[in-house]
Design a protein around this ligand. Structure first.
Ligand SMILES: Nc1ncnc2c1ncn2[C@@H]1O[C@H](COP(=O)(O)OP(=O)(O)O)[C@@H](O)[C@H]1O
Ligand SMILES: [Mg+2]
Length: 372
């Protein structure tokens, strides 16, 4: 039994005993006092009904009747006609106990019902909120997808139109360059012209690669082998930058189904970014591991400048770049490649400390040898 129930029951019992004692001990000639005591019984009865409902109210009124009845019978004589009013009072005790109990019980049930409805509403509200959040996310993805597909169509039309004149500009610039000696200001201008044309050409090519995905040639690939190929490819670049590039050996062979060339392209983009962000003396560490037995996780951890929080959300957007020579397409292409392989890419970064790009792919074979 709860502590409050015990306290309340004790209080009710004590008040019934108290009032009864007043009746039994007060001389009968002080009948006006008896009239008051008679009414005092309503207090425990109503309280019991309010606290404990119908059963509590009735139980209390019966207890009062039992306590009061001997007083009428033995002290007042108990004659029905003379003490009629007192007998009626007993009937009223029980009616009041029952009615008040019933009403309070109903009230309590209604309150419980209302609370239940309120809880239900609260739950629905939270569910609605979750759904609307999800909808915002999906809308955002849709918007990005639309942007990419419009860009793709544009690219298909524009790329060739741009590439051909670019070729001519570059060709003629090369010819003009022959007329000047290195050191001549015009020679420098033409060099700039050639360099900028090359950059433009890179942008167009990256753009084309993203907009017009080649059909994938899916084969079993060893993640470690692909990473080794890329690490060898960029080793020279890393050395020139005085950045230590490390590829940790995996615990177990990680085989995924992928288009090797695209996979290497994705890894290359991530590693080049890491190298570009890392100052001399810094390090880029590539490591692989099993993730929940059905996937593999590759992390590229650099000790570079990091990415500010407000930029972190934009780095996968096409054309988002913070580099003077950047195209802003590397990560957009990378994300597309990874997702087309059923994988996912996430980036965590701390300004001044470094960035970790994490890529996950479903494994072709689980760690215990089964096929996924
Ligand atoms: N490892 C990294 N450390 C710091 N910044 C990064 C890193 N990787 C990507 N970024 C940021 O994301 C931007 C977009 O990258 P990317 O799409 O490869 O385009 P680009 O390299 O041509 O700028 C970069 O300009 C850079 O600001
Ligand atoms: Mg890049």
């Amino acid at each position: 039994m709860e502590k409050s129930t015990i306290t309340r029951t004790t209080l009710l019992a004590a008040s019934i005993v108290g009032i009864s004692l007043l009746h039994y001990l007060t001389p009968l000639q002080l009948h006006y006092l008896h009239d008051i005591f008679q009414r005092l019984y309503y207090l425990p009865i109503v309280l019991a009904a309010v606290w404990f409902g119908l059963r509590g109210g009735l139980l209390c009124s019966i207890m009062v009747s039992i306590a009061y009845a001997p007083h009428i019978l033995f002290q007042w004589g108990g004659q029905l006609t003379i003490e009629m009013e007192k007998y009626l009072e007993i009937v009223l005790y029980n009616i009041v106990g029952g009615m008040t109990g019933l009403l309070s019980q109903r009230e309590r049930e209604r309150t419980a019902q209302l609370q239940k409805t309120a809880r239900g509403l609260e739950e629905s509200y939270q569910q609605l909120e979750r759904q609307s959040e999800q909808m915002i996310i999906i809308e955002e993805q849709l918007r990005r997808a639309e942007k990419l597909s419009t860009l793709g169509e544009m690219a298909a039309v524009l790329a060739h139109e741009i590439r051909n004149p670019l070729g001519s500009i570059r060709g003629t610039a090369e010819i003009l360059k022959d007329d000047y000696q290195p050191g001549d200001p015009k020679y420098e201008f033409i060099e700039i012209q050639i360099k900028e044309t090359e950059r433009l050409n890179r942008v167009v090519e990256d753009f084309l690669r993203m907009a017009r995905p080649q059909p994938a040639d899916m084969q079993s690939c060893s993640v470690q082998e692909e990473l080794e190929t890329i690490a060898t490819l960029v080793a020279n670049d890393a050395r020139k930058r005085h950045v230590q590039l490390t590829l940790s050996p995996p615990d177990a062979p990680l085989i995924i189904k992928a288009d090797g060339e695209k996979l290497r392209q994705a890894f290359l983009n991530i590693i080049i970014n890491a190298l570009q962000a890392t100052p001399p003396g810094g390090s880029v560490i590539i490591s692989t591991r099993n993730y929940e037995t059905t996937a593999c996780e590759i992390s590229f951890c650099d000790s570079g400048q990091g990415i500010e929080a407000e930029k972190l959300g934009r780095i996968f957007e096409p054309f988002f770049t913070t580099k003077p020579q950047g195209t802003g397409l590397g990560l957009a292409i990378t994300k597309k490649i990874i997702e087309s392989h059923g994988g996912a890419i996430t980036v965590a970064s701390e300004v001044g400390c470094g960035t970790t790009v994490t890529v996950r792919f479903p494994l072709q074979h689980t760690a215990n040898g089964g096929t996924v």
